[in-house]
Design a protein around this ligand. Sequence first.
Ligand code: F6R
Length: 263
Amino acid sequence: MQVVVCKDAEEGAGIVTEEILGALESKPDLVLGLATGSTPIGVYQQLSLAHCEGGVDFSAVRTFNLDEYCDLAADHPQSYRSFMRKHLFKDINIPEENIHFPPSEGPGLREKCLRHEDEIRQAGGINIQLLGIGSNGHIGFNEPTSSLASRTRIKTLTEKTLRDNSRFYEDPSEQPQVASTLGIATILDARRILLQAYGEKKAEAVKASVEGPISSYWPGSALQMHADVTFILDEASAARLEMIEYFRKSRADRVRLQEENTI
Ligand code: F6R
């Protein structure tokens, strides 16, 4: 596990974007796992700019989003399909048929979710998975106590998640309670994972995920089992890490060794 402590979210988004664009250069049909929420918006802005001003081609890229609400129409402004259209897809040249979301409408959702896992495998698996993290440690909508072996399925959202996201709903009765999400094991199958977390509200979840014991109570801690994961943080979200000075040194060493072409 690597931890990078950035000056701010913009610097973090720059690091993530640079890695995606580098991967895209060597693999134009990159398979990206995408997150919604406020955290990845900076990356989506920078990717959109790379297309509009830098001519970066997304025509062969395939995407799999992490989650989608079940009790919201796909064209509802708060659906994650709408979110992705607004913040990324409308601004890049990705074909509609290359965009995937976990199934969120019945009937037969359970079977559709299983088939979704096949679709990811048939695409060759996810090359780079972007993650945010909930203040309760959820990744995707894998809420605390989600099985660490879970696959794409339906989850009920916790009170904490509902509270965190209530700002998007003027009428609380409109807020969806249930979502489909890639499972923790599905996320761990990705070859590379980049988790961004910014702000003091995420400090407890970051601490538990990076330095705590692996536990389904803090789903982000499952990432300790992944061989190629980087947490991209700001000072506030990293504030509770006991090993923060080690992480700073390790990052500086890595940058130096890369500049010297040693690694
Ligand atoms: C969204 C998702 C969630 C968010 C998390 C943080 O697709 O998977 O796990 O990453 O709820 O949300 P923000 O970024 O709004 O703090």
